[in-house]
Design a binder for this molecule. Structure first.
Ligand code: C2E
Ligand code: CA
Ligand code: CA
Length: 691
């Protein structure tokens, strides 16, 4: 038997017992045997302290042997820790039958369960996310404190109380509840279901993100569901803000280029369907740059806001004004196909923009030039229509500012090819389409790659690859170099950040760019965004930079140098007054123009290179020889004491993917960054040349 049994006769002697009874009571056969006296057995147990773990009245009854033959059932813990259940039944003839059951394991399991339940309760109640269990009809069975709080209730008991209306059915519209339940029942689970909840105690709607799963009964039928809920109000707000920022100009709050393009595309589709027209106006402020330079940036910003506001007001509701960047605006006029109406709107814009503006007590005024193209006649695609409006804008500017011109077929022919290139350039700067190629710079002392110079490339759809020598001057003249240069800085830093940490990147900076008020900020932005150490960025500046506006530029260079950015003087020897400026500013590097290197045999070149090397040593600057193409030139610049070389002998400028590919074979992939990059010239030269 699994139980211990003991039968005692009316004469107080043991009639029957089993081994299990002896085991469970912990007594020997000497004490418990057929015919043994039951009272002696009891006394023995009392004497050895068998009941000392029993509490209260029961212990008293057991220790005084007062239970007699009464019918009782009780549990007790033995000194050795086992728990037994004792059942005693009197016999009709006197005496009793007693059974003993070992319930140690059962009690242990129950205790563990209670502990687990308590632990689970703390977890459930203290969780910072809302947790619930709900019936399939949406009524909540249980909810924790966090969920109650999320919904504005003091505690979960009150939240789940009937009549509070606090059910799972919180959603604004039935459709969402329906969608939620359909997902839950089909997939058994719903993840990150975001919805607006109106059942908030305060009446204020909130957004929540919910993850829920179906609970099934033993037969596998859905019985209820459980879930976690977090407040998503902040996240929704941030998302809305990011969405807004992505589609609006931060300064004026007007739609930005992206939104403008989207709207124009939509409106053209609409116009096609309805047989209506869409007019696009490209607007460029005249004299804005002067005002900006004279009164400073904040004044320029305020002016842009004022003008943006005036333009918006002068148009009809539904028309769209967007700021494309800088002082460029674009407008979509809806449903006005007649040139007369569009012309009148443009004239009104010219008038309102031209009215004087008060800047810090100075009355000033700027004007606006406008180019108009009307879809679908002048273009049925957004990009084409916009481009034609831009061509018309050029004509307006040519005609003397503050005017408006309509696009006419053939106008693009009439616009000089230089202007067409300018329009293309502007378009590419705006929409992307430039690339940077990288040319290795070799350190002659260690014969290793020291870094790369980033060089702009413009792959043009019709004209093929346009050389920087052809478009940089145009970009400088039009001021586009500021935006283009900022892009090159960002892109080069981003690229270099993925290289081994001992490689530098050289970025060319134009004189126009460096004189711009934002230049310093552009460099910082590029460093911060990419995470590139400032010491790894080398700005290449030509001497001409130091001629105009020298003091302001030198101050800016000092500021950059203080944060660790390195500065190189480029094309050295081709400018003027070089030597005096070299002494004014401590450059980290001097790059000798390739005309001197390629002219190596000429005695004057030899003398100049020797002088520059001497000067560089004196100033503590690195000397780089540019344009080294032959072994003879390499031997010569080495002999003359140049520290670095750059030239076709080691490699032409290459796309980033190619130079990355070259870093890998010598174990310098950026996933395994060694202390130094060993790209021995001897073995590397081949692959560079092959590439
Ligand atoms: P740079 O700064 O003097 O750049 C070196 C030029 O020499 C590059 O021409 C390069 O391809 C070329 N070169 C390098 N090694 C050799 C050689 O061994 N032999 C010969 N014949 N040429 C060699 P690239 O790429 O056509 O650039 C021309 C110029 O355009 C640059 O001259 C620089 O002044 C300007 N540039 C390029 N990228 C940028 C940029 O991002 N910003 C600015 N502002 N200017 C840039
Ligand atoms: Ca350069
Ligand atoms: Ca150069």
């Amino acid at each position: 038997m699994d139980q211990g049994i003991l039968m005692v006769g009316a004469d107080n002697r043991v009639l029957v017992h089993n081994q299990k009874a002896r085991d469970l009571l912990g007594v020997s056969e000497g004490l418990l045997h057929e015919g043994a006296r039951f009272d002696l057995l009891q006394q023995h147990q009392i004497d050895r302290g068998e009941f000392r773990k029993v509490n209260g009245e029961l212990r008293h009854l057991l220790e005084s042997a007062a239970l007699g033959t009464a019918a009782v059932t009780y549990e007790r813990e033995r000194p050795n820790g086992t728990s037994i259940e004792v059942r005693s039944v009197p016999l009709p003839t006197g005496g009793l039958v007693r059974t003993f059951t070992d319930i140690t394991e059962r009690r242990r399991r129950e205790a563990a369960l209670r502990l687990a339940e308590a632990e689970y309760q703390t977890l459930f109640q203290n969780a910072v996310v809302g947790v619930y269990r709900a019936n399939l009809d949406g009524t909540l069975v249980r909810a924790n404190q966090a969920l109650a709080k999320l919904h504005g209730y003091g505690d979960s008991a009150c939240a789940t109380a009937p009549g509070t209306g606090f059910t799972h059915d919180w959603y604004v519209d039935g459709d969402r509840t329906h969608a939620f339940m359909r997902l839950l029942l089909t997939h058994g689970r719903v993840d990150d279901f975001v919805s607006e909840v109106t059942g908030h105690a305060t009446g204020r709607p909130i957004w929540v993100s919910e993850t829920a799963w179906l609970v099934r009964d033993a037969e596998g039928c859905p019985s209820c569901f459980e879930g976690t809920v977090v407040d998503a109000t902040e996240r929704k707000r941030a998302e809305a803000q990011i969405e807004h920022m992505a589609r609006h100009d931060a300064l004026t709050g007007l739609p930005n280029r992206r939104q403008f393009q989207e709207r124009l595309t939509q409106e053209l589709v609409h116009a096609q369907r309805q047989g209506t027209a869409v007019a696009v106006l490209c607007c460029d402020l005249d004299r804005f740059k002067t005002v900006n330079d004279t009164f400073g940036h904040p004044a320029g910003d305020a002016l842009l806001c004022t003008l943006a506001d005036r333009m918006r007001r002068s148009l009809q509701p539904g028309d769209i004004v967007a700021r494309l960047g800088g002082d460029e605006f674009a407008i979509i006029l809806l449903g006005r196909s007649h040139p007369h109406g569009v012309g009148a709107a443009a004239q009104r814009l010219i008038e309102v923009v031209g009215e004087p503006v008060d800047i810090d007590g100075h009355l000033t005024n700027v004007g606006v030039s406008i180019g108009v193209a009307i879809g679908l006649d002048d273009g049925d695609r957004a990009d084409l229509l916009f481009k034609n409006a831009d061509i018309a804008l050029y004509r307006a500017k040519e005609a003397g500012r503050h005017t408006c011109r309509f696009y006419e077929a053939g106008m693009d022919m009439a616009v000089a090819s230089r202007n067409l290139l300018e329009i293309d350039l502007k378009d590419t700067v705006r929409n992307g389409g430039f690339a940077l190629h990288y040319q290795p710079i070799i350190d002659l002392a260690s014969d290793t790659v020291r870094g790369f110079e980033a060089l702009l490339r413009w792959p043009h759809a019709a004209k093929g690859m346009i050389s920087p020598a052809d478009f940089i001057p145009l970009a400088e003249e039009t001021g586009l170099i500021v935006e283009l240069g900022a892009w090159a800085l960002r892109d080069a830093c981003q690229e270099a950040a993925s290289w081994p940490s001992d490689l530098r990147v050289g970025v060319n900076v134009s004189a126009v760019q460096i004189q711009h008020i934002d230049f310093h900020q552009h460099v910082l932005d590029a460093l911060v965004r990419s995470g590139l150490a400032p010491e790894r960025l080398e700005l290449e500046i030509t001497e001409s930079v130091l001629v105009k506006d020298a003091e302001r530029v030198i101050a800016c260079l000092h500021r950059l140098r203080r944060i660790g950015v390195r500065l190189a003087i480029d094309d050295f020897g081709t400018g003027y007054s070089s030597l005096s400026y070299l002494c004014q500013f401590p450059f980290d590097k001097i790059k000798i123009d390739r005309s001197f290197i390629q002219d190596a045999c000429a005695s004057t070149s030899g003398a100049i290179v020797r002088a520059v090397v001497g000067l560089g040593k004196h100033l503590g600057a690195t000397i780089t020889a540019e344009g080294v193409e032959t072994q003879a030139q390499l031997d010569w610049v080495r002999r003359e004491g140049c520290s670095e070389v750059q030239g076709f002998i080691f490699g032409k400028p290459m796309p980033p993917s190619v130079i990355k590919g070259m870093m890998r074979p010598v174990g310098v992939g950026h996933d395994q960054q060694p202390e130094r990059t060993h790209c021995p010239v001897s073995c590397e030269r081949r692959s560079l040349l092959d590439a």
